[in-house]
Design a protein around this ligand. Structure first.
Ligand SMILES: O=C(CO)COP(=O)(O)O
Length: 443
């Protein structure tokens, strides 16, 4: 499904096409290249470009390319014709030219036109789409068709589907290596997070077409969760730079949950999410409350160690207001260079439910939850150890158990997202002194 350019030249034009390929190697290398046999070999020898060599022209190479134009992803044919000599396979040549016209594929039969086509391609952004066909509740095939209809007229779109053997993270590495101008992730938060994780520090913009159950990252950044609107945003090219984070060795863009949240995510399996959508998480959370328990916790922030009992610890880089357990500070700011930490210390199920209602209030009012048994603060780095060890979920995936070290990577990710109605820096909530809020003794 990669956008393909076909290159062909008659014998007395072979030097021209080899030099052309050498000159435009940086642009041509972004595409899948096919060629008739001898032309392909000459191009490879001169430019070292990767090129699929089909049969030689007189043996059917032109006909093979015509078939690709008719059925494949050929976006241009560059066919340097010798106008002064007749060819034995003239009917094949005419068939190829005709098929290009039938399918309205750009066709250059001399160098000047070839250069015009390439100059035009150089202006197009090259987008690598990583599409997870098993995300969410929708119809993946229809979704992909719609995405193609919306994006292809304006982007060169290289589409790659995730499979059990090709993870989103692997595809993201391939996307970076391909030199794409833009990498688009389409799937649930797991897919978006894996692709984003690979892009941290790369400055390559990440486009998001959310098709998952919660779509927390898209919602947190105001990215539409409707496919059409998400594609329009991608075409607008408006970017925002936000923070990323790292939890032990794992990239993190949303949040890490220790205790309650991790157990809840584990309960809400894919089958339940497919059937019930977001309700699956709510039901799992309610069931989890019945098994409410606390664990001994040791936190290290800015070199200060503190102990407390906790039932749930949430450390967020970005989160929508609906991620209630992350709302201790009233909002999670995605570009403040800090992580929002919310620790619920309630001993009983009733107290825990009461605290969750307060977190809802905090999210609605965008103000820190003011209760003694909910600890909240902002920090750039935190270490958490627990007794007994607790499961840790990062961006929806269980990554192991405590201890964990989580660190914010300020301005680590460039995302195609609506510009936020941002507050000036001096209006942002101040960094809270951890020891004041925790109210516990230093080591
Ligand atoms: O004959 C050709 C096109 O019609 C070119 O074929 P070769 O690239 O194999 O020489």
């Amino acid at each position: 499904m990669s956008p393909t350019i076909a290159l062909i030249a008659h014998d007395r034009k072979k030097d021209d096409i080899a030099n052309f390929a050498k000159q435009y190697t940086p642009i041509l290398s972004r595409y899948r290249l096919i060629a008739t046999g001898t032309t392909g070999q000459r191009i490879h020898d001169r430019s070292k470009l990767e090129i699929e060599c089909l049969l030689s022209g007189p043996l059917g190479g032109d006909a093979q390319i015509a078939a690709e134009v008719a059925t494949g992803e050929v976006i241009a044919v560059i066919f340097l014709i010798d106008p002064l000599y007749a060819q034995p396979h003239e009917p094949d040549i005419q068939a190829l030219l005709r098929i290009c016209n039938v399918h309205n594929v750009p066709l250059a039969t001399n160098l000047a036109t070839a250069e015009a086509i390439i100059a035009n391609f150089a202006k197009n952004r090259f987008a690598y789409l990583i599409f997870n066909p098993v995300s969410g509740q929708g119809n993946a095939e229809k979704d992909l068709t719609l995405i193609q209809q919306l994006l292809k007229p304006q982007l060169h779109l290289d589409i790659h589907l995730t499979t059990p053997d090709r993870s989103s993270a692997e595809l993201a590495q391939e996307a970076i290596a391909s030199g794409a101008d833009l990498i688009i992730a389409s799937g649930g938060d797991g897919t978006i997070s894996a692709v984003a994780g690979a892009l941290i520090g790369s400055q390559i913009p990440l486009g998001i077409i959310a098709r998952g159950t919660a779509n927390a990252f898209a919602v947190a950044l105001g990215i539409p969760t409707n496919i059409r609107a998400a594609c329009e945003l991608i075409l607008s090219g408006i970017t925002r730079v936000v923070d990323a984070a790292q939890c032990n060795q794992h990239p993190m863009i949303l949040l890490a949950g220790i205790g309650f949240e991790a157990e809840t995510v584990e309960r809400a399996d894919r089958e339940a999410k497919k059937r019930l959508g977001v309700l699956a998480y709510i039901l799992a959370g309610m069931q989890q409350l019945n098994e409410h328990s606390v664990f001994e916790t040791e936190l290290e922030i800015a070199g200060i160690t503190s102990q407390c009992q906790a039932a749930a610890i949430t450390i967020a880089n970005a989160a929508p207001p609906t991620s209630l357990m992350a709302q201790g500070m009233g909002q999670v700011i995605a570009n403040d260079g800090l992580l929002e930490v919310t620790i619920n210390t309630q001993n009983t199920k009733i107290e825990a439910m009461d605290a969750i209602v307060d977190l809802l209030g905090a999210a609605l009012m965008r103000r820190a939850a003011r209760r003694e048994d909910t600890i909240c603060l902002r920090t750039g780095q935190i270490k958490v150890n627990t007794n007994p060890p607790q499961k840790v979920v990062v961006d929806g995936e269980i990554i192991g158990t405590t201890p964990v070290t989580i660190e914010c990577i300020p301005q680590g990710l460039t995302v195609i997202a609506p510009l936020e109605a941002s507050k000036p820096a001096d209006e942002q909530p101040p960094v809270t002194e951890p020891e004041l809020i925790l109210g516990v003794t230093d080591e």
